[in-house]
Design a protein around this ligand. Sequence first.
Ligand code: MV4
Length: 451
Amino acid sequence: MFEKVLIANRGEIAMRIHRACHEMGIRTVAVHSTADAEAMHVRLADESVCIGPPPARASYLNVPSIISACQVTGAEAIHPGYGFLSENARFAEIVAEHGFTFIGPEPAHLRLMGDKVAARRAMRELGIPLVPGTEEAVRDAKSARAFAERIGYPVLIKAACGGGGRGMKVARDGRELEAMLDLAAREAFEAFGDGTVFLEKYLTGPRHIEIQVLADQHGHVMHFGERDCSLQRRYQKLVEEAPSPALDPATRADIGGRAAEAVRKLGYHGLGTLEFLFEDGAFYFIEMNTRLQVEHPVTEMITGIDLVREQIRVAAGVPLGFSQGDIRFSGHAIECRITAEDPVTFMPRPGRVTDYHPPGGLGVRVDSALYAGYTVPPHYDSMVAKLIVHGSNRTECLMRLRRSLEEFVIDGIPTTLPLHRRLVEAPDFADGLYDIGWLERFVAQPAEAAS
Ligand code: MV4
């Protein structure tokens, strides 16, 4: 096992990784920008290195600085967390070229899943169901139109290098499709340096359900069931839960088993998530995430397994110490992402936290790097805390969530806590009756009119 790990991230996820490391007897190195000198992840780590000025490009994405920090501190491995360099194949290669271990999959798998056309091809060949769509990139408007006529409108134009909703456009007929293809390609080129686009049938009211998988370097793969991440707004998830209110145990075992088998055949190592759209009882693969995800705690809460510890162990080459049959799903978990934003306009509102009192008690977990007196810097993501609640069933989980949101105090900056408090009172949420469009409609309602 590693003796020292460098954590190439900040905030709650840097603390989450530190906690896993210390339980395993691994010492930690924090890296930070000048804006984060007072950050909790820096205070908690055994050592810290300043890697640059506030903009992420100059610090948390500064590869030479991060590699140097590894060299001067003698860390053996780098955990990239999520965002930043976590899915950057070139970074993973550079880490390996310098003799360090990247805690994540092989560069080839990062590259494969970063290309959505290639990812679709790989999954199709492995028998994973896909949204009907082009097998190759779109070459010209004429063939695109011919293809769209076959699968039927509306269709979505997606960027091959996109993901997370960036660079998507809906076309309702042939005229719209022709008008939007060039624009989509130009936007994709500007955003990702690659203008490759492809088409998919546009599903209008699906749920977003993802399967957590873990693979070691010895051919063992398992799944940890699903997370329902349908409660999103502008591609930002607000609430996630496990299990999904829409799945039964047989469906879970079936899609989970197929996802794990596909990942085994790919020769993939590490943690991974297969994202699906789920509509009318059918799954359609859209993307695979090759990193630890923000919402991993809901899976930890219902399985009792420390996914970060397992991720570090498999990166070190340790065989998995348990198999699929050992995984027991117990109860229900819900995560609320709390951001430093105006709860109505969602504009980021960084600033100084004057009071901070997280909730506690049985089944309540708060992953956050906040403390009273901390100033949330304006340079990074606005998520300041994750509240994760577990109950023996969904009803108990909801009761506990309502009570925890009541207790939670973050003063000095506006946060989305009031929105979450309103959300837990919504009958549709209580009944688990929502799709990916539900939250957008909910936040558009005035507070008093909310049902
Ligand atoms: C789709 C879709 C409908 N049909 N693909 C958005 C994020 C990116 N990962 C894929 N996304 C979507 N792909 C087809 N063929 C609708 C979405 C989508 C969405 C997906 C998951 C969660 C929330 C969403 C919100 C809007 C659109």
